[in-house]
Design a protein around this ligand. Structure first.
Ligand SMILES: [Zn+2]
Length: 242
């Protein structure tokens, strides 16, 4: 497709304009920072595009405001009373100091107990929780591999875990290595299974083409349900490519 892109400034807002062979003008505001992108038909000149954007400035500003509010909301302090997620359930954090090694435990209904030595700051509390999340996720992987590798008919050399901004998982088919996003531990286990199966299927087919989707249908007919669940809150403010 013949495209041409440029950056213009309208009402103090930077707008990326992409000209394409399309019928209608489309304005989008994208998380996390509220980037504005306009897809405009080739026949519209700069002035027409400018006018179309100006008429939507109110809406654009409201979208940007909503994104920055969400961004603030996701700044966690790791203090008592804060909501944190584990395997699709919401827990209220209960932070107390104790003498001994820092630890996390799920106690009672909906309580995530974080015990840290006196003087632990916000970043140290976050590190304790992230390490615990990582251990929990890593513990889930071997049984899931035993379950799914035979069904998919593919085996991996290794599965690694890291925090990723825009992906739930990725696959290096040559190295037979799969990366999983640490954030998956906050989602129901079925979502983790879906991402793992998706990446395993990439060992057969690298692209998201018909062949790939035939594999998914055959191995995990419910995959769409899990994909939709992944897209829902609490992480929906990120722009996930999946
Ligand atoms: Zn994929």
């Amino acid at each position: 497709m013949n495209t041409d892109r440029k950056l213009i400034e309208i009402g103090g807002i930077a707008v990326e304009v992409v000209r394409k062979d399309i019928k209608n003008l489309h304005v989008g505001v994208y998380p996390p920072v509220g980037r504005v992108r306009v897809a405009a038909p080739l026949r519209l000149d700069d002035e027409a595009v400018r006018l179309a954007v100006v008429s939507r400035l109110g809406w654009i500003r409201r979208q940007q405001k909503a994104f920055s509010a969400q961004e603030r909301q996701s700044q966690r302090e790791f203090v008592s009373g804060e909501s944190h997620y584990f395997q699709g359930c919401r827990y209220l954090l209960d932070v107390r100091t104790h003498v001994g090694a820092p630890r996390v435990r799920l106690t009672g209904p909906g309580t995530m107990a974080l015990r840290v030595p006196p003087g632990f700051d916000r970043d140290q509390r976050e590190t304790v929780l992230q390490r615990w999340y990582r251990r929990q996720l890593r513990a889930l992987i071997p049984p899931l591999l035993s379950k799914w590798q035979p069904r998919v008919g593919a085996t991996v050399a290794e599965v690694r875990v890291k925090r990723m901004k825009t992906r739930w998982g990725s696959c290096n088919a040559d190295a037979r290595r799969i990366w999983l996003n640490l954030e998956l531990i906050k989602k129901p286990v079925a979502c983790l299974e879906y991402v793992l199966v998706h990446e395993l299927v990439h060992l057969h087919e690298r692209r998201h083409n018909d062949r790939f989707h035939e594999w998914m249908e055959q191995v995990m007919p419910t995959w769409r349900i899990h994909r939709d669940e992944l897209k829902r809150a609490p992480l929906a403010h990120e722009e996930w490519k999946y």
